[in-house]
Write a protein that binds this ligand. Structure first.
Ligand code: ADP
Ligand code: ASP
Ligand code: MG
Length: 418
């Protein structure tokens, strides 16, 4: 008997018909003799709708209350799914994050899971029930409800799988797995059969929202193998696990893009020690995430600093920057919301020179201007104009041979249909 965790995202539970389909899939697993835990998201666009309602009332709502609001989305799904299983003649029980023993820190709207107290889930499983857990939410040791950041149900699923010592952690979504680019932008993208944690971390960090970044970190830290697959068919998806010699040795695994960030520029900041520390210290104090940073060459004792930040953090970023500009005597600041980031990810970059040169040349030939550039050992990212992002993704996908097969050494046979 295996213990299986299956996570269903928003579009997989987007209607009552879809909930019935998910209920049947869970029952199939149960009837195979497995113990089954489902982790579910809010139905369809419910989380976005809740966010819109909050923003119609306040530009900067108190984060504790935001969590009280957002956590309701998943609570609807768990109850309806338990009812669906009940009407099909099987036993289920729904749990909120708190009831499932998901303990988090107290950073509202971006909380991190600290511990999973799995006893109550275990008891229900031992009693023969299908356990249904609300994704995306936790409870602090002080009894406050938190949420885990957008896409956080993925992290709930991985944490529950780790906490229960599950044999399988399946993430069901609306595409067949992890692709070489977002299949909605690049129709020639192909499904990746297996990918290492290292590469998946970079892909998730640069916009491949099919898995939340934190879920991949959690999986790597707790050695949870993830199977990303579609809830709309029975095809094998993508396995995310520790790198080994049977994996495809692609130079480039994928092209990712992200339009969720904005660029903030602070002009004519005094060029002296401690200024960057002051700017980014204030942003950190305001709980603003910062991604790329560029400081221009200094002229006449002043310099410009630009950084990118999630648009979700922009209201807080602007407030902090406004204060710091006044305190430091900088000239002005500006915000550009029409930017995008396009990235190339691949472990083969470490050993193959010329990847950056080909990336920049291909984008230049396609008329795409590069605004900022950053790199890691296995990733190159460029900030470009938002209206050029689809062109940039398709240009790079083609330039690096991803729509054909860029695999240069394959030691394992390809999966059927790959
Ligand atoms: P869910 O509601 O199931 O959590 P998400 O919308 O969070 O689903 O994530 C799935 C979406 O991620 C897909 O519909 C796809 O458009 C997008 N996506 C972006 N990049 C990739 C990629 N490289 N591979 C697969 N999907 C991707
Ligand atoms: N419902 C949450 C969101 O839309 C969590 C999730 O779907 O993973 O971000
Ligand atoms: Mg998601």
């Amino acid at each position: 008997m295996a213990l299986v965790v299956q996570k269903y995202g928003g579009s997989s539970v987007g209607s009552t018909d879809r909930l019935m389909a998910v209920a049947r899939r869970l029952i199939r697993a149960k009837e195979r003799g497995d113990q089954v835990v489902a982790v579910v998201s809010a139905m369809g666009d419910v989380t976005d709708e809740l966010l819109d309602k909050a923003r119609a009332i306040s530009a900067d709502p108190p984060e504790r209350e935001m969590d009280m609001l957002l956590a309701t989305g998943e609570q609807v799904t768990i109850a309806l799914l338990a009812m669906a299983i009940d009407t099909l003649g099987h036993q289920a029980i729904s749990f909120t994050g708190a009831q499932a023993g998901i303990v988090s820190d107290a950073v509202h709207t971006k909380a991190r899971i600290q511990e999973v107290r799995a006893d109550r889930m275990m008891e229900a499983l031992d009693a023969g029930r299908i356990v249904i857990v609300a994704g995306f939410q936790g409870l602090t040791p002080d009894g406050e409800i938190t949420t885990l950041g957008r896409g956080g149900s993925d992290t709930t699923a991985v944490a529950v799988a780790a906490g229960l010592g599950a044999d399988v952690c399946e993430i069901y979504t609306d595409v067949d797995g992890v692709f070489t680019a977002d299949p909605r932008v690049e129709p020639l993208a192909r499904k990746i059969d297996t990918i290492s944690y290292e590469e998946m971390l970079e892909m998730a960090a640069t916009g491949a929202r099919v898995l939340q970044l934190r879920s991949v970190e959690f999986a790597r830290n707790h050695n949870v193998v993830i199977h990303v697959r579609s809830s709309f068919n029975d095809r094998e998806g993508t396995i995310v696990k520790e790198a080994d010699e049977t994996m495809e040795q692609a130079i480039i695994s994928g092209v990712t893009h992200d339009t969720s960030e904005a660029k903030v520029t602070v002009r004519d900041v005094p060029d002296r020690p401690g200024v960057a520390a002051e700017v980014f210290g204030r942003l950190a104090d305001a709980n603003v995430n910062v991604d790329m940073i560029i400081q221009n060459v200094s002229e006449a004792g002043t310099t410009d600093i630009s950084f990118t930040t999630p648009k979700d953090d922009l209201v807080r970023a602007i407030k902090a920057v406004g204060e710091v500009v006044a305190d430091l005597g900088a000239r002005e600041w500006s915000v550009d919301e029409s930017i995008a980031k396009v990235s190339l990810v691949g472990a083969g970059m470490k050993t193959h020179p010329g990847v950056a040169a080909l990336m920049f040349r291909s984008l230049a030939d396609a008329g795409v201007n590069l605004d900022m550039i950053s790199t890691s050992a296995i990733r190159i990212s460029c900030v470009i104009a938002a209206d050029q992002v689809d062109t940039a993704v398709r240009t790079l996908h083609k330039a690096f041979g991803l729509d054909e097969r860029s695999v240069i050494a394959e030691t394992a046979p390809a999966a059927p249909g790959a």
